[in-house]
Design a binder for this molecule. Sequence first.
Ligand code: ADP
Ligand code: MG
Ligand code: MG
Length: 252
Amino acid sequence: MLSINDLRASIEGKEILKGINLEVKPGEVHAIMGPNGSGKSTLASVLAGREEYEVTGGSVVFDGKNILDMAPEERAAEGIFLAFQYPVEIPGVTTINFLKTAVNEIRKYRGENPLDAAQFLKMVREKAKLVSMNDSLLKRALNEGFSGGEKKRNEIFQMAVLEPKLAILDETDSGLDIDALRIVAEGVNSLRSPERATVVVTHYQRLLDYIVPDYVHVLYKGRIVKSGPKELALELEEKGYDWIKAEVEAVG
Ligand code: ADP
Ligand code: MG
Ligand code: MG
């Protein structure tokens, strides 16, 4: 489904991603961990197509298509969803209107008819129930005055509505309390299916107690330096990253 080959990317002339290789198959959940400043958020941003980053080499193939030439909106329409680290506030635009526009843009791209108001509402109600999203949040301006937990729930709700084939979640190392972690985990788990894949970027081993990944990768200095089964996350929790850094330095 997703095939990343020797991906290199820079920002302001500084190379951050130095040859990333990753294969994600349908149904899989991959966790990307690693010390601060390793390039985890850069990788998520490059996959989503954010313009600040310059891709200097390698390829990213999603469902057989090279996505590096696509705009972020096209990638979204192809089925890639990125939950942003800091979800934007859009004053005056309600969550529900924002989503209606997004859903119908995607349908248009795919050559499908737009949903009318009644169809859209029905779908949104089902999805809200699925991720325990309160109706009152839907009618408020997007993210405006939302608490941390509400933003997370809203993000997961957006993911449920957009039904991406590949969801990329970048969880910051600050501001997520245990309730917010649970919201994210329950949402991801309720959307797990054999056709869909998830890449979770996280500093929290604890999140992986709830979202059990199929694979764990450690990103360090712009490269994936170690991959393993879910137990690798436990090992990292216990031992930190120093042993991995030492292994990398020893190899040179
Ligand atoms: P992580 O998510 O693993 O903590 P990031 O991808 O955020 O790492 O950052 C990787 C490196 O890229 C860091 O050295 C960071 O300072 C640098 N970097 C990230 N974004 C920018 C930016 N907008 N301008 C300059 N440097 C950046
Ligand atoms: Mg960071
Ligand atoms: Mg980060």
